[in-house]
Design a protein around this ligand. Sequence first.
Ligand SMILES: NC(=O)c1ccc[n+]([C@@H]2O[C@H](COP(=O)([O-])OP(=O)(O)OC[C@H]3O[C@@H](n4cnc5c(N)ncnc54)[C@H](O)[C@@H]3O)[C@@H](O)[C@H]2O)c1
Length: 353
Amino acid sequence: MKDIILKTNTSESVIHCGEGAFEKYAPLLKGIQLFIVTDKNVFGLYRRLLWDTFGNNVPIKILPAGETSKTQRYLLEIIQAMADAELTRGSYVIAFGGGVVGDIAGLAASLYMRGVHLVQIPTTLLSQVDSSVGGKTAVDFKKIKNLIGAFYQPEQVIVEPSFLKTLPAREIRCGLGEIIKHGALEQSIYKKLISAENLFDLDFLGALVEDNIRFKAGVVSADERETGLRKILNLGHTTGHALELNYGRKSHGEFVLIGMYYEMYIAQCFGLGGGVYFDNLVSLIKTVIKKVPAYEDIETAVISAKYDKKNTGSSKVTLVVPNTEGRSAELSIPFDEYAKLITECRDILKGTK
Ligand SMILES: NC(=O)c1ccc[n+]([C@@H]2O[C@H](COP(=O)([O-])OP(=O)(O)OC[C@H]3O[C@@H](n4cnc5c(N)ncnc54)[C@H](O)[C@@H]3O)[C@@H](O)[C@H]2O)c1
């Protein structure tokens, strides 16, 4: 088991990571005034563990599972329940669940009395390798993802790999999306991924969680507010988000991989990447997404990439693309050219070019 420290200018988070982390660190919170936020699926699976660890009279807000709960309605319901439980500034909010629970509980913790203590206990692969670390909290608003949010670092993150044992396969693929993205940014993760016998093996993934956290914590420590380095974590996301918005159905992480695939085609058109390195990344992507989709009307779907938050105006689309092992590059290209290259890549996938 390892402790990773994430230091920013204003805060310090301790991330306890590894088999046995929950058993060792969660009981230490007992006796403090706690408030748990979780979702229905997770509560169904881990009710007994929560009660045995924190006591069966601990106040708890159980959200419906999934992204549709990440709204202002449930944010206010959580805050209402916190007030009903008479939480004070010294109280601790425990976010026990995936990224949805972590994001909304984190925002509630940042708002209640201008901020109470926050502990993230992530239970999905995506939340363990990504969302529980770095302090981004949010709810969706007016159909825009994460429109209302705050940077609010958890005091502790307890990362227990054994929670992954109950995850459905789709959620493993989702987490692998962000892990492969990290691999395209960090060489040692890349090396471990390409030499893995089975990417889906839970022991392999459990061990890899720590590398991913260490990498993300390093990036966030250097640039908490995403004014520079942290932008690299958006690799694959410009196109991925646009396709997710239009075609839905697959998980977020799978769309990141599909976005990465299309953007790697664009990178090569600009003389970036290529060779064995890109072949290996494509083979990792295809291990998770058996067949990269050749979407109809993709030229219309990617219009939303025009409004991506990374763009700097002047109708250009900004992409973070892999370049060489451990190094990414930023491309800023006119929207028309971007749409033309995305369509070209789709036609190649379709076999019509
Ligand atoms: N804050 C950040 O930096 C950041 C980064 C990436 C993503 N996110 C956000 O994270 C969210 C996605 O997170 P997610 O993929 O964890 O989704 P999620 O929280 O919806 O969880 C996915 C599903 O898995 C279930 N689940 C959770 N843990 C389980 C377990 N141990 N066993 C069985 N089922 C379990 C949940 O009930 C849910 O149905 C999105 O809202 C996204 O915007 C935030």
